[in-house]
Design a protein around this ligand. Structure first.
Ligand code: BG6
Length: 530
C-alpha cells in the first residue's frame, strides 16, 4: 500500500468521470470545489472532467446548467476564469448501469484526454483499447446505483485494461481510482457487499470512500491539536475528562431530499454512522506511530473496535430518536410542514430526523468516560462541535474564602472544538474577578481560526479530490472503518423498542426531551449555546 506522506507529491493529471453529473452534489459541491481549485491554480495541468447522467445534453448545455450553481456556491466567481475553467468540462449522456455505455465512454475519455493533454507524455501511443489517461471515477449517484456501476466498470475492462497495459509498459502507469460517496451501505450487510463489489474491480489503495467531514479544517486540526502540543494529551483521558459530546445539528429541514434519499436513511445512517463516528475516532484514538494514512487508519479502526457494541435488547438505554414537528413557517424548505408530511415520507417507517447515542469506549484511556453523539435537522441552530468536559478539581480550596463557593460547584474546565460555524477552539477556565475580595468567575480563552491564520477554512471537497489525484488516502475511510462503524450502530437500528419510542420535537428546538434525559440520568447536560 502507498504510504507516501500527505501532500508529499503533486496531484496528477487525470480525467475525472462524474457519474451523477446532473445531481445536486455535483452542482452544489463538486464543480464549485473544482472551480475554486482552478482559481487557486491548484488543479493539475491537463485535468478535465467528463460528466455522465441520463439527461441528453451537449458539453455547452452542461456548462450553462452548472454556471449559476458555481456562481452561488463557489467562494468567489469571475466570468473570465469561469470561461477558461468551463473548457475543461465535458458531458456524456447515457445510463451508467447499462453495459452499452462503457465502450463509447472509454473512447470519449481518451479523446478529451488527448485534447487537454491529460495523457502523460511518457504514455506510448500504441496502448491497447483501454483508457490511456489516469481516470478518477466519482460515484455521485443514488446509492442503489453504486454496485451496478462498479460492476459495469469491472465488466467493461477499463480497470483491467489499465493493469494489463501497465504490465506491458511498466514505465507508463495510468491509474484508475474511484471515489465513493456516502451513504456507504444502509446496514452492515449492504456495506460488506459494496466493499466486496469494489474489491472485485479495484485494489483497496484505489478506493476512496469519501467523508467530507474528514476534509474539514477543524476536524483535521484535531490530531494536530492533540499531538503537536504537549499541554492537551496528558489530560486527555479518564483521569481528567468527565465526558465528551460530539454534535452536528442543523437548522435546515430535509426538504425535497425526503423522498429521494432521507426517508430510507435517517439521522443515524446519514450522520452518526458516518461523520460523527469519524470525528469521535479522531478525538479518542491513540497517537499514530507517524502521520501517515496507514498508521492513522489503524488507530481509528482500533478505537472504533474498542467501542462497546450495544445489544438490541439494551439499545433503548443508549439511543434516542426524534422527528421534527411542523414549523408553521410557509417559506422554509419544508413549507412549514412536519417531517411526516413531506412528499415521499412513509410515516410507518418512523424515520428519525434526530438521533442521539451514548458510546462507551472499553480501553484503558477511556473506560468510564461516556461519549454522547447527536445529530438533528430543524434544530435551534447550525452547530458542529466537540465538547471535552473535564472533571471538577479534586478539592475545592476556596470553600472557606467565600461561603457561596463552599456550596456551589463551579463550572468545570471545558474545551470546545468549534468545527462549524465560527471555526476555532475555546477553553473555559476559572479566574479571579478583579477586586479586593476573592471571587471566582469562568472565562473563555478563544482561538479563532480565521483571525489566527487570516484565512477562511477551505470547502472540504476540493482538497479531498486533490488528495485522490495524488494517491493520498489519509482523509478517506478504509473498508474496516466502515464495517466496524456499522457493527456499532446496527443494534440500535435493529431495535424496535428504540424506533417505537421515537419522539416529536418542535422545529427550532434542541431535540426531544428523551435526549436530555439520556444525559440527565448521570447528572450531565448537552451543550446548547444560544
Ligand atoms: C451530509 C448529509 O453528509 O452532511 C446531510 O447527507 C447533511 O444530510 C450534511 O446536511 C451536513 O454537512 P455540513 O458540512 O453542512 O455539516
Amino acid at each position: 500500500m502507498n504510504t507516501t506522506p500527505r501532500a508529499a507529491h503533486a496531484p496528477e493529471p487525470c480525467v475525472v468521470v462524474i457519474f451523477g453529473a446532473s445531481g445536486d452534489l455535483t452542482q452544489r459541491k463538486l464543480i464549485p470545489a473544482l472551480f475554486e481549485l482552478h482559481l487557486q491554480n491548484r488543479l493539475p495541468e491537463g485535468l478535465c472532467v467528463l460528466g455522465n447522467s441520463r439527461t441528453e445534453m451537449s458539453d455547452d448545455a452542461w456548462r450553462e446548467h452548472l454556471r449559476p450553481s458555481v456562481q452561488k456556491h463557489a467562494a468567489s466567481f469571475d466570468a473570465g476564469e469561469w470561461a477558461r475553467f468551463a473548457r475543461r468540462l465535458h458531458y456524456f449522456p447515457g445510463s451508467a448501469s447499462s453495459p452499452d455505455l462503457y465502450g463509447p465512454l472509454v473512447r470519449r475519455i481518451n479523446e478529451i484526454a488527448r485534447e487537454h493533454g491529460t495523457v502523460a507524455p511518457r504514455a506510448p501511443d500504441d496502448s491497447p483499447g483501454g483508457v490511456q489517461p489516469n481516470v478518477l471515477f466519482y460515484l455521485s449517484v443514488a446509492p442503489q446505483l453504486y454496485e451496478p456501476i462498479i460492476n459495469q466498470i469491472g465488466a467493461s475492462g477499463i480497470v483491467f485494461e489499465g493493469k494489463r497495459w501497465c504490465a506491458l509498459h511498466p514505465a507508463a502507469m495510468p491509474w484508475q481510482r474511484i471515489i465513493v460517496e456516502k451513504p456507504f451501505g444502509t446496514d452492515l450487510g449492504s456495506a460488506e457487499s459494496l466493499n466486496r463489489a469494489l474489491g472485485r474491480v479495484f485494489e483497496e489503495d484505489a478506493i476512496y470512500r469519501i467523508d467530507h467531514y474528514l476534509g474539514k479544517e477543524l476536524v483535521q486540526n484535531i490530531l494536530v491539536m492533540r499531538f503537536a502540543n504537549t499541554i492537551f494529551e496528558p489530560t486527555w483521558n479518564n483521569q481528567f475528562v468527565d465526558h465528551i459530546q460530539v454534535s452536528a445539528v442543523e437548522s435546515v429541514g430535509v426538504g425535497r431530499r425526503a423522498g429521494t434519499f432521507y426517508d430510507g436513511a435517517g439521522a443515524m445512517r446519514d450522520m452518526v454512522q458516518s461523520h460523527l463516528l469519524q470525528v469521535l475516532a479522531l478525538v479518542a484514538m491513540e497517537a499514530p506511530s507517524v502521520y501517515d494514512q496507514d498508521a492513522i487508519r489503524r488507530e481509528k479502526i482500533k478505537l472504533i473496535n474498542s467501542a462497546r457494541i450495544p445489544t438490541v435488547e439494551g439499545a433503548h438505554e443508549l439511543a434516542v430518536l426524534g422527528r421534527y414537528a411542523a414549523s408553521g413557517k410557509p417559506d422554509d424548505e419544508d413549507s412549514g410542514r412536519a417531517y411526516e408530511q413531506l412528499e415521499g415520507v412513509d410515516p410507518a417507517r418512523k424515520t428519525e430526523t434526530y438521533a442521539a447515542l451514548r458510546v462507551d469506549i472499553d480501553n484503558w484511556r477511556w473506560a468510564g468516560v461516556p461519549f454522547y453523539i447527536r445529530s438533528g435537522k430543524k434544530m435551534a441552530r447550525k452547530l458542529t462541535e466537540v465538547v471535552v468536559q473535564f472533571r471538577q478539581p479534586p478539592v475545592n480550596l476556596f470553600r472557606k474564602v467565600d461561603p457561596a463557593l463552599a456550596a456551589a460547584v463551579r463550572p468545570a474546565n471545558r474545551i470546545i472544538i468549534h468545527i462549524a460555524p465560527g471555526e476555532g477552539v475555546s477553553m473555559r477556565f476559572e479566574a479571579k474577578v478583579p477586586g479586593p475580595s476573592l471571587r471566582l468567575d469562568s472565562v473563555q480563552f478563544e482561538m479563532d481560526y480565521a483571525k489566527a491564520f487570516k484565512a477562511q477554512p477551505l470547502e472540504a471537497y476540493g482538497p479531498l479530490m486533490l488528495d485522490a489525484m495524488r494517491g493520498d488516502q489519509t482523509l478517506y475511510k478504509h473498508r474496516d472503518e466502515i464495517e466496524t462503524g456499522w457493527r456499532l450502530v446496527q443494534p440500535v437500528l435493529d431495535s424496535k423498542r428504540v424506533r417505537d419510542a421515537i419522539q416529536p420535537y418542535p422545529a427550532g428546538s434542541w431535540g426531544p426531551p428523551a435526549a436530555d434525559a439520556l444525559l440527565a440520568r448521570t447528572g450531565r447536560a448537552w451543550h446548547n449555546p444560544a
